[in-house]
Design a protein around this ligand. Structure first.
Ligand code: BTN
Length: 254
């Protein structure tokens, strides 16, 4: 994917992911579908993604030349988002929180939701990206987890149209890089995952809590978690990391 990405700019949609999935075959590889407002923005694990009009980026990137696992799409989307944020706010520190969040300190600034498209007409992955750009503190406070936005972090407002263009350029750059050197991109992504080597507490879906250390991330996106003298291989669909356990782990480095 070497060409400049195509950007489809919508005023309103239920969800850019739904739009990209429903129109997948007709969309060119590397298209970014962006909307000013989503009436039914989707987050991971069936959560709602708050999508007020003209405050943030709500966009979905179409990748047709990508091989499983899905974590490859997540690598491209998270590195692309990270680069866009770093260019927009050079003085602010951002990091990737496994599996799919971009954080600033202990607060989430962007989330990624990858969906697999498998059909006779066309297959690939849609990576949905929500980035808090101009969301004020009063709205961020209504989110059910600590969250921030570019404007809160920098004290200034950002132009949404050019932010979407910058995101599309970054995504395209990493998509091209991935097709040439996937292992290099995977290593880069791992370097940005600050939780590797850190002690955290995880919770499985049965709500059992486990204390341990993330020793590594595998090539399918799973973590290797050392606990009670054993190393467990865990997938993001099966566990979550307790936010309350992140404080010391992350702030040591930032
Ligand atoms: C998460 O839960 O962290 C993932 C959030 C992903 C939100 C984005 S906004 C654009 C795209 N369309 C959606 O409905 N969801 C994703």
């Amino acid at each position: 994917m070497d060409a400049t990405p195509e950007i489809i700019r919508l005023t309103e949609v239920d969800s850019t992911n739904r739009y990209a999935m429903n129109n997948f075959a007709a969309l060119a590889d590397g298209t970014l579908v962006a909307a000013e407002f989503q009436s039914a923005g989707k987050g991971r694990q069936d959560r709602v993604w708050l999508s007020p009009s003209r405050e943030n980026i709500y966009a979905s990137f179409v990748m047709k030349n990508i091989t499983p696992p899905v974590c490859n799409a997540s690598i491209i989307a998270s590195l692309g988002t990270l680069q866009m944020l770093r260019h927009a706010a050079p003085g602010v520190k951002f990091w990737i929180k496994w599996p799919n969040d971009i954080c600033c300190g202990l607060k989430k600034i962007a989330g990624i939701l990858c969906e697999n498209k498998l059909s006779a007409a066309s297959s690939g992955i849609v990576a949905g990206i929500g980035i808090n750009i101009n969301m004020p503190q009063s709205t961020l406070d209504a989110i059910d987890q600590p969250a921030t936005s570019l404007s809160v972090e920098t004290g200034r407002k950002f132009d949404l149209q050019s932010s979407v263009t910058a995101l599309a350029d970054s995504l395209c750059e990493y998509y091209a890089h991935y097709s040439k050197a996937p292992k290099e991109l995977f290593d880069l992504w791992k370097q940005e995952n600050l939780l590797i080597g850190k002690s955290v507490e995880i919770v499985d879906h049965g709500r059992e809590r486990l204390q341990g250390r993330i020793v590594d991330i595998g090539e399918s996106g799973e973590i290797f978690f050392e606990t009670g003298g054993k190393i467990l291989k865990l997938y993001s669909s099966d566990i979550r990391i307790r936010k309350e356990s992140l404080g010391e782990a992350v702030l040591q480095d930032r």
